[in-house]
Design a protein around this ligand. Structure first.
Ligand code: CTP
Length: 219
């Protein structure tokens, strides 16, 4: 199986020395890349900047901005069997990037932002991906309901949802506790390290992909 994984934060430049970003460590995506590589699957990891080592036996494409991540995903996705979108992609980016360092002058400074492309949301409709598609959803309320809306809206086979209002899990934490939302069922996985959880998720996603292939063969 060929698996594409996006991971980490993106960096949206403001001027030559500043950027907008978020607290994503990339750990969940890198742990998933490692788990699939250990199963001897072919893994392509497309990642924003992190402090992590690239797992062994994983092809790696470093990116910075949401647009660069979009372009890399659009290029490689058609060859993939499964894609897992773990990256914490910036939803907005500055409308223009100053070519010189912005000097301190007025007491307030307003940045104008525009939406970045929704990479996961483009996988089916724009990029024509037909493989097994997994998105993540970081929610602070109505976990299942919001995840189910994302599942439908972005054409995913599975949403891995986590409640980021709970301390110690999710963003920038060593552990995670997730609810897998699929069209027919929900599966709650207990709190675990991201590395253990990644192995569990790699098993489940591989099984689901095989089921999808078999269902297609029967058509
Ligand atoms: N994602 C993406 N490209 C974006 C934004 C998000 O590929 N520009 C992916 C993330 O990697 C994740 C999923 O979409 O797998 C969920 O992102 P999220 O930001 O929670 O979803 P949104 O549709 O932006 O909804 P919300 O209003 O909850 O932020």
């Amino acid at each position: 199986m060929k698996v594409l994984i996006t991971a980490g934060p993106t960096r949206e430049p403001i001027d030559p020395v500043r950027f907008l970003t978020n607290r994503s460590s990339g750990r969940m995506g890198y742990a998933l890349a490692e788990a699939f590589a250990r199963r001897e699957e072919q893994v392509l990891l497309i990642s924003g900047p992190t402090q992590l080592d690239i797992p062994d036996h994983v092809d790696f494409i470093p990116v910075e901005t949401a647009q660069e991540m979009y372009d890399a995903v659009a290029h490689y996705l058609p060859q993939m069997d499964a894609a897992i979108f773990c990256a914490a992609v910036a939803d907005y980016t500055p409308v223009s990037v100053a070519s010189q360092k912005i000097k301190k002058s007025a007491d307030t400074l307003t940045l104008e932002l525009k939406k970045t492309p929704d990479i996961l949301g483009s996988a089916r409709q724009v990029m024509g991906f037909r493989g097994y598609l997994v998105g993540f959803a970081a929610e602070t309320e109505n976990l299942e309901e919001n995840a189910r809306i994302k599942l439908e809206r972005k054409g995913c086979d599975m949403i891995i949802a986590n409640d980021v209002s709970q301390a110690g899990i999710g963003f920038d934490s060593a552990e995670n506790e997730v609810l897998l939302v699929e069209s027919a069922e929900n599966t709650a996985l207990p709190r675990d390290t991201k590395e253990h959880l990644a192995h569990h998720l790699a098993d489940i996603i591989s099984d689901r992909w095989l089921l999808k292939v078999k269902a297609r063969e029967l058509l």
